[in-house]
Design a protein around this ligand. Structure first.
Ligand SMILES: Cc1ncc(COP(=O)(O)O)c(C=O)c1O
Length: 395
């Protein structure tokens, strides 16, 4: 007799992971790949973090920690809010998590019931939608465009997502890199308070901004929001699987019980090492300076490849390109680009099930030479395609 397979496990793939598979098959076949697909720093962890990890291997037992993490790390995270935002957060409200991904699971489970509705911008990081679906929570996509910097506003919510129980925002955003300004964040917080909507603010790209404008934290305006962050991006520690979450007081015990049962504790070695991350700001800011150079190169060169409809990349390390004038099938476009040029990018369908077929995302977190080479190849590739279309190709 056929065994039952659960419906809620049938969520869409994280398409960028499939692109990574195609890219590594190409590499295994002996071809080179320029990785502008996956959103991770091209650098490893800061030197002092690695030294702290080595010391912990020798000196620590590395057993489970408390479900909320090592007190010393929680205290360093709380101090970081004072240093970066001038906002005091009691360390008791800081929960160390298994990446921000673990944080989403805990936040969604503690704040929402099956059948609840949670709004999020389209385009957005795909795992929000897919985790919500797996938990039986209904994602409510709010279509956004350059008019609101691809961010939700009270007006857009009122028009397209009234009666939701939650709202997820990300500033800077993945895939667009756009930010929510101070005034706009205040308006969203006020709207959520008025309507009884639980705000979840994904602040994983804080620290990665390019116009000397710091990203605004929801914590500067409210204690009722979940504020989610991670060591994966600014701190350059993706594979260490460590993040954190500032939890609303009324949900602390629920999150703690969920964390105890779902994860027991976040990874111990990573926690010992991450304490040192807060002493590495100089090294980490040098990474940001490299991202800024990479961003400048792509913003200057991509228009020469016909990619001139670009979201304003205020932060993170992404450029979201409107390619509607080149294709109406971004998955096919990105596949052909990888096959024919070796440049791997992510189709917009990962981020926006409705309009992503006309967009793609380029990640500029890799090496500067890779950005220069990718731009050269894309200019040659789209130039050749244009010459074929014009009938001026040499054969
Ligand atoms: C917006 C956003 N949030 C969360 C994550 C997950 O990060 P992690 O689980 O490594 O902290 C990512 C990863 O790319 C992301 O782009």
């Amino acid at each position: 007799m056929a065994l039952k397979i659960a419906r809620r496990g049938r969520i869409p793939p994280f398409i960028v992971m499939d692109v990574m598979n195609a890219a590594s098959e190409r590499e295994a076949a002996g071809h080179d790949v320029l990785h502008l697909e996956v959103g991770q720093p091209g650098t490893g962890a800061p030197r002092a973090v690695i030294a702290a990890a080595k010391a912990a291997l020798d000196a620590e037992r590395l057993g489970y920690t408390l479900a909320f993490g090592l007190p010393e790390l929680r205290a360093r995270i709380a101090d970081y809010y004072v240093a970066r935002y001038g906002t005091r957060v009691p360390m008791e409200r800081v929960s160390v998590t298994t990446g921000s991904s673990g944080g989403f699971l805990l936040a969604f489970l503690s704040a929402f019931d099956v059948g609840d509705r949670v709004a999020l911008a389209y385009p957005a990081y795909p795992a929000y939608r897919n985790i919500l679906v797996a938990l039986g929570i209904e994602p409510v996509g709010v279509p956004t465009d350059a008019g609101t910097r691809f961010q939700p506003t009270p007006e857009l919510l009122e028009a397209g997502a009234a009666d939701v129980d939650g709202l997820i925002v990300a500033s800077p955003s993945n895939p667009t890199g756009t930010m929510i300004g101070r005034k706009e964040m205040a308006a969203l917080v006020a709207y959520c308070a008025d309507k009884g909507i639980r705000l979840i603010s994904d602040e994983i790209y804080h620290g990665l901004t390019y116009h000397s404008v710091e990203a605004v934290s929801a914590l500067e305006f409210t204690d009722d929001a979940f504020v989610i962050n991670s060591f994966s991006k600014y701190f350059s520690m993706t594979g260490w699987r460590l993040g954190w979450m500032v939890v609303p007081s009324e949900l602390l015990r629920a999150v703690e019980c969920l964390a105890q049962n779902l994860f027991v504790s976040p990874p111990s070695l990573s926690q010992h090492a991450a304490i040192a991350a807060f002493d590495c700001i100089g090294e980490l800011d040098a990474n940001v300076a490299r991202y800024a150079r990479n961003r400048d190169i792509l913003l200057r060169e991509l228009p020469k490849a016909g990619l001139d409809r670009l979201a304003p990349a205020d932060g993170a390390f992404y450029i979201y390109a409107d390619i509607a004038h080149l294709t109406n099938d971004s998955e096919d476009f990105c596949r052909r680009m990888l096959d024919e040029t070796g440049v791997a990018t992510t189709p917009g369908t990962d981020f926006d099930p409705e309009r992503g077929h006309a967009f793609m995302r380029l990640c500029f977190a890799g090496g500067t030479e890779d950005m220069e080479e990718a731009a050269r190849r894309l200019i040659a590739w789209t130039g050749a395609a244009r010459r074929v279309a014009d009938g001026t190709a040499a054969n």
